[in-house]
Design a protein around this ligand. Structure first.
Ligand code: GTP
Length: 171
């Protein structure tokens, strides 16, 4: 298998889940500075890490701006879906947004690996990976490889392990 040196990974998740903090962690070890492209309705960030071109899309406001961000679906090879493990109130919204992504025509017939970060695992009331997986019905994802990692984006704990899994799935 030829090793890829360029991949597009979408970083999705509700606002405040920790996407920017996660992206910032990976930027530190990068030689290149991030290119910030603010657009109407969402934010695209790009950086280079571990030989991977990562394109991050902030999904905040997804329902309203879905016609804008779904253009990115076709050309991505992997997804990072960030969940605030302590934000129990919004788990229903997290699940709804995840289901929209999984059911999207550009995704439902493709084998796209999905990495879930159960982020903010340091917070006392954060849910375990097992409970997050149950709340989101991850066992129903049959056709795509997925993996869930606990992370603390502030300390960086768990982040590298997750991305390594994702890169291995794609290479
Ligand atoms: P939007 O840009 O609004 O979509 O949010 P985001 O998903 O990019 O979240 P962001 O990285 O801005 O983080 C939101 C807040 O959560 C910030 O105050 C972070 O410092 C905090 N935060 C992120 N990750 C963690 C974590 O693992 N643990 C804790 N305790 N706080 C975190």
């Amino acid at each position: 298998k030829v090793k890829r040196d360029k991949m597009t990974i979408l970083v999705l998740g509700l606002n405040n889940s920790g996407k920017s903090t996660i992206i910032n962690h990976f930027k530190k070890s990068s030689e290149q500075s991030a290119v910030m492209v603010p657009t109407v309705g969402f934010l695209i960030e790009q950086f280079y890490n571990m030989g991977v071109n990562i394109k991050a899309i902030d999904m905040s406001g997804a329902t309203r701006y879905r016609n804008l961000w779904e253009h990115q679906f076709k050309n991505c090879q992997g997804i990072i879906y960030v969940i605030d493990a302590s934000d129990r109130m919004r788990f229903v919204v997290v699940k709804d947004e995840l289901d929209l992504v999984l059911q999207h025509p550009d995704f439902c017939n493709r084998i796209v690996p999905i990495l879930f970060y159960g982020n903010k695992s340091d917070l006392e009331d954060s849910l375990s990976n097992v409970k997050i997986a149950a709340a989101l019905g991850l066992e129903n994802i049959k056709e795509k490889p997925w993996h869930i990692c606990s992370s603390n984006a502030v300390s960086g704990e768990g982040l590298d392990e997750g991305v390594q899994w994702l890169v291995q799935q794609i290479r």
